[in-house]
Design a protein around this ligand. Structure first.
Ligand code: 3MF
Ligand code: MG
Length: 345
């Protein structure tokens, strides 16, 4: 199999001011417009967007104003040699989304969620991106009795079908996550995602985006989650990062908490030829609050570098030896070999 030449992407939110729920910004604001010039020099050619990353203040703007602003960003991307990977409706900031978007108990709030989704599709088209991403942030509950869960799942499926109907080319990539900000989220795993895909009116356009940390938060192994999507040819993108167990969503650097689990993600992607059809290696890594300077970008270049080192580890993993150990069912020897390989011994 020819070796994949990986393309990398991240979203402008990954270059952040360092605020967390317990404290304000620790670095001066760095406007998105100035971020685009950094991508290529950092080794990235794809940009991931929320609708309001492209069009700030989107709720107060008319359709033509939104389209004009998206057009401006498209020109910036072209000038920088960048590709818009996807646009995600941000359905977790506005007052209309406090109880969720598509699954809100309020009909007018559900309409607001649809409106933002439609706008995201229009922006994606202007940017030349083929997909919207649904990270279903507030589609879930804190108190289980607060929503009719069956109805909620039906509403999510209805929304998917509505998108497929609204635009005959757009793809929907669902990014599952089991919790945070809600106590329990609907669509917590890639299994849920693909069930929705197959239940939709055009499953070929409904795929998954797997974030390593989200799989870990669900108590699952990210590489197996990826393999599941790959087995269905439905892994559209990834958010590689890391997570130190069942805590808040940490978005640590790729490989920083569990190098072996990171290796297995890279190995599974490599073995299936992920990326050979232009799929991006997306990174969703957070700049730590303690890091000085502005903009802070080392977490991005470090994560990208670790990924590439692990690609090398994957390409030099002795598959004949692995086959031999599997055949002999000597998984002790297989594990010892794998660890030695990762340690460079
Ligand atoms: C949430 C996330 C988000 C989504 C992004 C795209 C900050 O845990 O990972 O990243 O990926 O909002 O929908
Ligand atoms: Mg993410």
């Amino acid at each position: 199999m020819p070796h994949t030449n990986y393309r990398f992407s991240f979203g402008p939110w990954n270059i952040s001011e360092g605020a967390d729920p317990f404290g304000p910004d620790v670095r001066p604001a760095f406007p998105h417009e100035e971020k685009y010039a950094l991508f290529r020099t950092l080794g990235f050619e794809g940009v991931q967007f929320h609708d309001d990353d492209v069009v700030p203040g989107i709720d107060g703007l008319s359709a033509s104003q939104i389209s004009a602003k998206a057009g401006e960003v498209k020109t910036i991307l072209e000038n920088q040699g960048l590709t818009a990977e996807f646009v995600a409706p941000r359905l977790w900031f506005a007052p209309q989304t406090v109880d969720g978007g598509y699954t809100s108990n309020s009909a007018s709030d559900r309409e607001y969620a649809w409106d933002r989704t439609q706008k995201s599709i229009d922006i994606a088209n202007t940017l030349g991106s083929k997909a919207i991403v649904l990270w279903l942030a507030r589609e879930g509950t804190y108190m289980r009795e607060a929503k009719d869960a069956k109805l909620a799942y039906q509403r999510i499926l209805e929304t998917i079908n509505r998108v497929l109907e609204y635009d005959k080319d757009i793809e929907i990539w669902i990014e599952p996550k089991p919790n945070e900000p809600t106590d329990q989220a609907y669509v917590p795993t890639i299994g849920h995602t693909l069930a929705l895909s197959y239940a939709s009116t055009d499953h070929t356009r409904v795929k998954g985006l797997i974030e390593s940390a989200h799989a870990i938060l669900a108590g699952l192994d990210p590489s197996d989650e990826m393999a599941f999507a790959l087995a269905h040819d439905k892994l559209a993108s990834v958010h590689l990062n890391d997570q130190n167990g069942l805590k808040y969503d940490q978005d640590k650097n790729f490989g920083a908490a569990n190098l072996r689990a990171a290796f297995n993600q890279v190995r599974v992607l490599e073995e299936s030829g992920y990326g050979s059809r232009g799929e991006f290696i997306g990174l969703d890594v957070k700049a730590v609050r303690t890091q000085g300077g502005s903009p802070v970008t080392a977490h991005l270049t470090n994560s990208r570098e670790i990924f590439l080192h692990l690609v090398e580890k994957s390409r030099t993993y002795d598959m004949a030896l692995v086959a031999q150990y599997r055949e002999a069912r000597d998984y002790e020897a297989l594990e010892a070999y794998t660890i030695r390989h990762l340690l460079g011994l």
